[in-house]
Design a binder for this molecule. Structure first.
Ligand code: CA2
Length: 154
């Protein structure tokens, strides 16, 4: 039996992702955010990590939630949604907490409008998972846990 406390991972979702499954299913899929949260919780249980799953439509609320991660978790998985392409504040908050970050997008933003091609997060992220729909969150969890465990043992 392990004596280590479980890894804690914060999963953050930005504006309009609360509407998932109800509109634009052709781009973002049919799963609701609650269903994505449930599959993340199941994956976290399999991986034996703890997750906190959060969504807000407000930039300042997202910034505050990122700030609260300091000392409270080991990794942030974030789909900043439209703030990906606009928010220096979210970038600065991620830099301030200095935790490894995995950026997730449901859609392949590089196949879409040019304004979605730039991300304020990508160059400060450990990695990105883009274009795999809801499975991107699970891939980010798996990759993030492998990264943290590899770092601890190596
Ligand atoms: O592909 C992604 O995950 C995005 O982060 C989604 C954002 C978009 O602004 C990014 O460029 C890419 C938009 C999320 C909006 O979600 C909706 C869900 C249902 C109906 C309408 C919007």
């Amino acid at each position: 039996m392990s004596t280590h406390s479980p890894l804690r991972i914060l999963v953050i979702n930005g504006p309009n992702l609360n509407l998932l499954g109800r509109r634009e299913a052709g781009i973002y899929g049919v799963a609701t955010l609650a269903e994505i949260e449930a599959s993340c919780r199941a994956e976290a249980a399999t991986l034996e990590v703890e997750i906190d799953f959060f969504q807000s439509n407000h930039e300042g609320v997202l910034v505050e939630r990122i700030q609260q991660a300091l000392g409270a978790c080991e990794l942030i998985i974030i789909n900043p949604a439209a703030y990906t392409h606009t928010s220096v504040a979210i970038r600065d908050a991620l830099l301030a907490v200095a935790l490894p970050v995995i950026e997730v997008h449901l859609s392949n933003v590089h196949k879409r409008e040019p304004f979605r091609h730039h991300s304020y997060v990508s160059d400060i992220a450990l990695g990105q998972v883009i274009g795999f729909g809801k499975d991107g969150y699970l891939l980010a969890l798996q990759g993030g846990v492998r990264y943290l465990r590899g770092r601890a043992s190596g």
